[in-house]
Design a protein around this ligand. Sequence first.
Ligand code: 5RP
Length: 234
Amino acid sequence: MDRTEELKKMAGIHAAGYVKNGMKVGLGTGSTVKYTILELGRRIREDGLKISCVPTSISTEELSIEQGISLHELASLEGLDLVIDGADEFDENLTLIKGGGGALVREKIIAQASDKMIIVADDSKKVSKLGKFPLPVEVIIFSWKETRRKISEITNIDLSRINRRMNHETDEPMITDNGNYILDLSLEEIDEPLKLESELIQLAGVLDCGLFCGIANTVVLANPEGIEIIEKRA
Ligand code: 5RP
């Protein structure tokens, strides 16, 4: 296992410690939270942990079923105690870029339904300014080109820096779990994430974007020295 993978595993397993018997838990998507899901599966089998979970993607649903985790419809639980999820970038305000795995819409819905959002990350995800990671925006297929043109106007970036995400196995555009496209915006620097988020989501063809502002409470960050817990500033 390489160094980054070990850090992901450390963060993922540590974060599983926030989950207590009887909790309603949102399960995020990605290669870091995968370790949280594996650890929860182990505790269910070995320690008799009882939890009710909602997955944020079809891939997480499949992994959770393999692990014997009890899954529910979001509508049947009336809110969640916490969600544990990964991030592509986070800054000192715990504003996030998410959606590298294409699950940003369900991830934001589940995060907003949860009392607490815990992010699991290795040290490559911590940034002083958001934007190096291309910002994912989920758009309706019907109007994707027009939406891309509008996004170019809003953000002042050239169309060539707004890329429709491809599925590299099929060489076709990637389709999200919700049946839409993802546009990845190479912005380089995001000065006002909240303003950008609200401008993007006002466009009719945009379902949501990967900016999570004021949602995350805690980051479980793994670096070579160990685990660091970063809490949102009051
Ligand atoms: C999926 C996400 C992931 O949480 C994010 O891409 C981080 O993934 P990983 O832990 O694999 O780096 O937002 O939509």
